[in-house]
Design a protein around this ligand. Structure first.
Ligand SMILES: Cc1cc2nc3c(=O)[nH]c(=O)nc-3n(C[C@H](O)[C@H](O)[C@H](O)COP(=O)(O)O)c2cc1C
Length: 311
């Protein structure tokens, strides 16, 4: 797949996930064969107010050859201002979130709420495209709810407004993350536009990747939940050599977090990843409480090292 003049080798991308796809996790997934990882969604308004925690979300790693940032907002002028700003200078692609289902975001007229307002969505995309030379892409859903499945017209609008590619998550806002992804709507979107289309939803292994690509004829796929505690999924799909064992990945994850963030943040943030990394291992339930509650992360690592050497 090519977006603008940016070439993707494996046609496989780590999907944006708020609270998950920070610089450390993206870096690991790229080592495992993902072409790129998308940042967590970042509020254009918060950036405009120079919020420092928000600026942490813009950190990138040396192995991120293709850097994709995702921003959200509902005000065309602010979105355009951020696209043109120094904040996004190092990124190669700017993705606009028009799919987030969270009540607070929707309540502000942002994220998937924009699927109900194609006029404003068009204004935002056009303003962003005008403000930057970088490719601007849009990620959205099949529609707001089952009565309003407008992904095809929305996709055409994105292309017409100047988007260089789109990602479609084949669920409605009302579905949030439940139910099976609708591959037919993704296929219909792919047939309706000439820009690259990236499929998102329910890709968890090589079989589901191949099925999604063959059924929809999309140009690439994104993996979200299938990568939680399982960044090896990218190696399994792409045939990339796995240089690290599960424990070595965990150790690397903590090391990378320490390069970028303070210990207090890491101690809180890493635990959910550790529990995901343990999922499916026999006997894991016995150490989960320890992993969740022991304050010292080095102590936790020591216990995990013993656990994984026996599993
Ligand atoms: C914890 C979590 C956070 C997410 N955050 C974002 C986000 O910030 N931006 C976005 O466009 N999509 C976000 N998504 C949606 C995913 O990118 C993806 O489209 C969706 O989960 C479907 O893919 P999956 O079935 O592979 O999980 C999030 C999903 C999850 C589970």
């Amino acid at each position: 797949m090519k977006i603008g003049n940016i070439e993707f080798k494996n046609n496989l991308i780590l999907a944006p996930m708020a609270g998950v796809t920070d610089v450390a996790f993206r870096s690991i997934c790229i080592d495992m064969g993902a072409d790129a990882g998308v940042t967590e969604m970042i509020s254009a308004k918060a950036l405009a107010y120079c919020n420092s925690r928000t600026q942490d979300l813009l950190l990138t790693a040396p192995n991120e050859k293709i850097k994709i940032v995702q921003i959200f907002g509902s005000e065309p002028e602010i979105m355009a201002k951020i696209c043109a700003s120094e904040y996004l200078k190092k990124f190669d692609i700017i993705d606009i979130n028009m799919g987030c289902p969270a009540p607070k975001i929707v309540g502000n007229g942002e994220g998937s709420s924009l699927m109900k307002n194609e006029g404003l969505a068009r204004e935002i995309i056009s303003a962003c495209v005008k403000a930057t030379d970088k490719p601007v892409t849009v990620k959205f859903r099949s529609g707001f709810d089952s009565e309003h499945i407008n992904a095809v017209s929305f996709a055409k609008m994105c292309e017409d407004a100047g988007a260089s590619a789109i990602t479609i998550h084949g669920r409605t806002r009302t579905q949030m993350y439940s139910g099976k992804v609708d591959l037919d709507i993704i296929k219909a979107v792919k047939e309706a536009v000439s820009i690259p289309v990236i499929a998102s939803g329910d890709i968890v292994d090589r079989d589901s990747y191949i099925h999604t690509m063959e059924y929809t004829h999309c140009d690439a796929c994104m993996i979200a939940r299938g990568s939680l505690g399982n960044p090896e999924v990218f190696a399994d799909i792409t045939g990339t050599e796995k240089h690290w064992s599960r424990y070595e990945i965990i150790e690397r994850h903590v090391k990378l977090l320490r390069e970028y963030y303070g210990e207090n943040f890491i101690a809180g943030h890493i635990r959910k990843h550790l529990l995901w990394y343990l999922k499916g291992y026999p006997g894991a339930s016995q150490i989960k409480v320890y992993v969740s509650t022991e304050p010292n992360i080095d102590n936790v690592l020591a216990v995990l090292k013993t656990f994984f050497s026996n599993n």
